[in-house]
Design a protein around this ligand. Structure first.
Ligand code: FRU
Length: 329
């Protein structure tokens, strides 16, 4: 998931769903930059742009990668300055961060929100203040933001369900370890999965909210193992969840009887687990960090940007991991 990979993914797989102009009514800072060449000609320094990046939890590898993707993409543009905020998985802290960025009058906010409902209002207020907002990965409620960038979690969940049904020969007992259910990706990975197993005899014998966190997944899996002597497969809504379940099964000496499937496919996490035989499959969930910077630059130029940018995903198994996985349909 280097920048090159992201860009090519966005070119080949990314579908633009809807288009809209920038936030209605907002006075766009890019309009104020129209005089930039004149400034430069007059020997004044070129206009710089400050982006506030509100990250919900830098304690997770995928989110560390997202911030890195933003940072690396921004580095190529000396006119950009990015202020990173880490809310440490605390919704109130993240709300305060957005408010701080508004008070600082940054030129644009990128947010990857922990939860949908509580972050919707501060983002709406940023828009009211004329600050464009790019939402990454976890959606908000309603449509008061400039651009949403993320992969299609329903599609990924459905592909996971279909792969699981196929791999288990149409029947089996599955544990579903769900992401934080107050965040949209968890809902979509759940409903997509249920769609994907429709018509099969896959039975979800145990489901729990592990809040996207590996230690929680491990604990939930311990409960599942103590209640069920036979489990065929664990579907974790992310790779840390699937890995936590694997560790619980290993501690109980049952990891060889169970298959493990996750989502994220970071090269140094999920894909590595697949290569090591820990996970049987993982579905890529691109961070969108590089695309967010590309979109921010377009906004600063005063261009109209799409309201939704949908990123593609790839499936990694031990058969295809060395070849870079394969796109999901
Ligand atoms: C990190 C994470 C990823 C997951 C994404 C969903 O916080 O849990 O593992 O794919 O968030 O929003």
């Amino acid at each position: 998931m280097n920048r090159k990979g992201c860009v090519s993914a966005s070119l080949s797989l990314c579908a633009v769903v809807t288009c809209s102009a920038l936030c209605p009514g907002a006075v766009h800072p890019a309009q104020q930059a129209a005089g930039q060449p004149a400034r430069q000609a007059a020997g004044q320094p070129a206009r710089t742009w400050t982006i506030g990046m509100s990250q919900c939890n830098r304690g997770e590898p995928w989110r560390v990668q997202m911030d890195k993707d933003v940072e690396n993409a921004a580095k190529a543009h000396p006119e950009l300055k990015v202020i990173f905020k880490d809310a440490s998985n605390d919704t109130l802290k993240q709300r305060a961060h957005v408010e701080e960025l508004v008070a600082q009058k940054v030129d644009l906010i990128i947010i990857s929100p922990k939860e949908a409902a509580p972050l919707t209002e501060p983002v709406a207020k940023a828009m009211d203040a004329g600050i464009p907002v790019i939402v990454l990965d976890r959606a908000l409620l309603g449509d008061k933001f400039t651009c949403f960038i993320g992969a299609d979690n329903k599609k990924i969940g459905k592909a996971a369900g279909a792969w699981i049904a196929r791999t288990l020969g149409g029947k089996g007992k599955v544990v579903e370890l769900k992401g934080l259910m107050t965040s949209i990706p968890a809902h979509d990975r759940n409903s997509g999965f249920r769609d994907g197993i429709k018509g099969s005899q896959i039975e979800v014998v145990f489901e729990a909210d592990m809040k996207w966190l590996e230690p929680d997944a491990r604990k939930e899996m311990e409960s599942a193992l103590s209640r069920f002597d036979h489990i065929d497969l664990v579907y974790g809504h992310n790779d840390p969840g699937a890995h936590g379940a694997y560790l619980a099964a290993k501690a109980a000496g049952r990891e060889k009887q169970i298959k493990f499937v996750g989502i994220d496919a970071l090269p140094h996490e999920g894909v590595m687990y697949v290569k090591q035989g820990i996970l049987d499959a993982t579905f890529q969930y691109p961070t969108g960090g590089a695309e967010a910077i590309d979109t921010a630059l377009n906004i600063f130029k005063g261009e109209t940007v799409p309201k939704h940018v949908t990123l593609g995903s790839r499936l990694f198994t031990k058969e295809n991991a060395d070849k870079g996985g394969e796109p999901i349909e």
